[in-house]
Design a protein around this ligand. Structure first.
Ligand code: ZN
Length: 264
């Protein structure tokens, strides 16, 4: 099975359509890691497409914010994000509302994909924690048991590689088992092999479709091949100005419009 992994679409339908056509023919199923809405100008279009195409989708913090979920305090959002959430609330169709409400917040293990956990933010705090450093990743490895965990939320493609190193003394006595976590920022087109020994595990982040924040404005996504066991990082340019003119027409905050140009 080949899986198209998309995350943090944030109502950027132009970017989402570009990703879908870029990946066409290369996947059998779609998993979405949440934040379908928030920030962008086309929430219902994005929800409709995700609902139609994705076999699995978890809820993100912006999805929760738009739904007014009691476990999410919108007071923690910056004013621009909050303005976008409020605008989205006024746009959301009943159908979209129902779909977002149906999405699970708890991490889940997709059927037919042994050893993989899927969540929006982190295994420890599934809707809200940012895994941006090896230190935070290391802590999170003890909050799940599968070999791999897929996360979004940071809007930055990343791979955290956990490794248990068995060290023996010259007499063959075990000298402790230090754990290390390496951080890799995958480049466009990089294909990472996922054949893991019993001493290795991974946290993988495909980056954001609709609002990249790694200084690369192109839409980010990943292709996970469960047979050949590979993770391919993809980047694709999309007509950013089209999304921006939709945002201007919707009178969304200027800074949210501008940041798409820079991927920041
Ligand atoms: Zn997001």
């Amino acid at each position: 099975m080949r899986v198209l992994i998309i995350s943090d679409i944030h109502a950027n339908f132009v970017a989402l359509e570009t990703v879908m056509s870029d990946a066409a023919g290369r996947y059998d199923t779609v998993w979405c890691l949440g934040d379908v809405v928030g920030y962008g100008p086309a929430p219902n279009e994005c929800v409709d497409l995700v609902e139609a195409e994705a076999d699995l989708c978890v809820v993100g913090n912006h999805d929760w914010a738009v739904l007014g979920h009691p476990d999410l305090d919108i007071g923690h959002f910056n004013p621009l994000a909050r303005a976008a959430v409020e605008w989205t609330q006024g746009q959301l169709s009943e159908k979209s509302h129902n779909y977002l409400t149906s999405l699970p917040a708890e991490p889940l293990e997709p059927e037919g994909a042994d050893g993989i956990l899927v969540t929006h933010a982190s295994p420890r705090e599934p809707v809200s924690e940012y895994i941006q450093s090896p230190e935070v990743a290391l802590e999170n490895f003890s909050y799940f048991e599968t070999k791999m965990c897929l996360v979004g939320h940071t809007h930055r493609p990343a791979i955290f590689h956990w490794q248990l190193r068995k060290i023996y003394s010259r007499r063959g006595r075990r000298n402790g088992i230090p754990v290390t976590v390496d951080y890799l920022r995958p480049y466009e087109g990089q294909c990472v092999r996922l054949e893991l020994t019993e001493l290795q595990r991974l946290i993988l982040n495909p980056g954001s479709v609709g609002q990249p924040r790694d200084n690369d404005p192109r839409a980010a996504y990943a292709l996970l091949d469960l047979e050949s066991l590979t993770w391919e990082q993809r980047r694709v340019a999309y007509p950013i100005d089209l999304t921006q003119s939709q945002m201007r027409a919707a009178e969304l905050p200027r800074r949210l419009i501008d940041r798409l140009t820079f991927g920041s």
